[in-house]
Ligand binder design. Structure first.
Ligand code: DI6
Ligand code: FE
Length: 409
């Protein structure tokens, strides 16, 4: 059987235990003695092996999973994976007692990553990003969201997004790109945030949209970044260009970013340490996903936890992601991220696993294509050498991945 033939052919993973993550099913949607069949890169059956329609078993290339667990391929729905250099020097300064603000005044912070990114070519950016992407992939990740936001001018935002778009040509992975031009004020803006928002709206976003470089638009709503009014202007532009929005909201203070995101029907609001009940209620009403980012909380030694109980009570869906970035979360492990979410914020195992599969897909507006084991979705699977799903959340620095399947391969 040739490779081409196989690609279109039927494949069957049998003798497996499934974490289907199907919406509405109890807990993780577990199926003992399960099977997954795929054709043309799509799942055609996922469920009990005994109930599988006979045609899916006939002539299929069959893989005996020997009782291993299968989950949907993992999804990291919030990363700043494309950057140049690193900020280990700032980490050392902070360990020696400097604050984040002092580091920024000494020429560090986001602006130092802007300098490095502007100096790097697109090829260099791709080359520097691949090891980080490979670390994610090694743990069964099949979809990664990647933000710009270290370019902060037209050419460099486009360069970042082009580098991000190239990643799925280099590896078997689905990449979603997000334009985060409203991330920080570049030095040449000389403190004029409104004028920079004009540049974002009149120049950067239209070009990015015209060249189809971004699947969504994000902003950083914070005292050290942009005000709710400035973010609203960016969102108005994104809507006019037909792009969905997301927001870095309430990370360091409560500017009511969660409610702002909800008002714009955002796919997600992210961080949310300082979000209040009004914000949680608004998110629930709008169907805006709360993306929990324990890596940043841990790394900057934040003490205010996101209001997980409020999200539960109001029925806000929660995703969990690495926020992989050089300044506040140099983290490239979704497994460790889940452990942090559970240990630091009290997320349950079910919430953690939903957060890196189904809810992460929802946060990207991709729930119709991935995030659960269901017929019609992309055959993106992770097969694990574990006895029970809790092990994926429980261990630290150990990778029990047996195999990663991307689009049936
Ligand atoms: N919030 C964060 O934690 C990162 N960006 C953001 O909006 C920080 C990015 C950095 O320091 O490089
Ligand atoms: Fe972020």
């Amino acid at each position: 059987m040739g490779g081409e033939n196989r690609q279109g052919g039927l494949r069957l993973w049998r003798n497996a235990r499934l974490v289907t993550m199907v919406e509405g099913a109890a807990g993780l949607g577990i199926v003992e003695k399960g099977a997954v069949a795929a054709r043309d890169g799509l799942i055609v059956y996922a469920g009990a092996e005994a109930d599988m329609p006979a045609p899916f078993g006939q002539g299929a290339e069959t893989i005996d999973c020997e009782g291993r667990w299968i989950t949907p391929g993992l999804i990291d729905c919030h990363t700043h994976l494309v950057y140049a250099g690193n900020r280990a020097n700032e980490f050392e300064m902070r360990l020696a007692g400097a604050t984040y603000e002092e580091v920024a005044r000494a020429g560090g912070g986001i602006v130092s990553s802007v300098k490095s990114l502007r100096a790097a070519s697109e090829d260099e950016l791709v080359a520097q990003t691949l090891p980080r992407l490979d670390a994610l992939i090694a743990e069964g990740v099949t979809t990664v969201e990647v933000k710009s936001g270290y370019g902060l001018d037209l050419d460099n935002e486009k360069k970042s997004l082009r580098a991000a778009r190239r990643l799925d040509g280099e590896r078997q992975v689905m990449i979603r790109t997000t334009c985060l031009a409203a991330h920080a004020l570049p030095p040449e803006a000389k403190g004029d945030k409104d004028a920079f928002v004009d540049l974002v709206n009149e120049t950067i976003l239209p070009a990015v949209a015209a060249e189809k470089l971004a699947d969504a638009v994000d902003g950083f709503c914070e005292g050290i970044a942009f005000s709710p009014e400035q973010v609203a202007r960016v969102f108005d532009k994104a809507k006019a260009l037909g792009l969905p929005v997301k927001l870095h909201a309430d990370q360091l203070s409560n500017l009511h970013g969660a409610a702002l995101a909800a008002r714009y029907g955002a796919l997600s609001a992210d961080h949310l340490e300082y979000t209040d009940e009004e914000g949680a209620a608004a998110m629930a009403k709008a169907g805006t996903v709360a993306t929990i980012l324990p890596g940043a909380y841990y790394f900057i030694r934040e003490t205010k936890k996101p209001p997980v109980d409020l999200f539960r009570r109001h029925g806000v869906k929660m995703a969990v992601a690495t926020d992989s970035n050089p300044g506040t979360s140099p983290l490239t492990s979704l497994l460790l991220t889940m452990n942090m979410g559970a240990t630091l914020f009290g997320l349950t195992v079910d919430e953690c696993l939903a957060g890196i599969t189904r809810e992460a897909a929802r946060a990207l507006g991709m729930l119709d294509r991935t995030g659960t084991l269901e017929a019609g979705k992309s055959a993106d699977l992770a097969i694990w050498d574990i006895e029970r799903p809790a092990e994926l959340v429980y261990r630290m620095g150990f990778n029990p991945l047996h195999a990663r399947i991307w689009r049936g391969q």
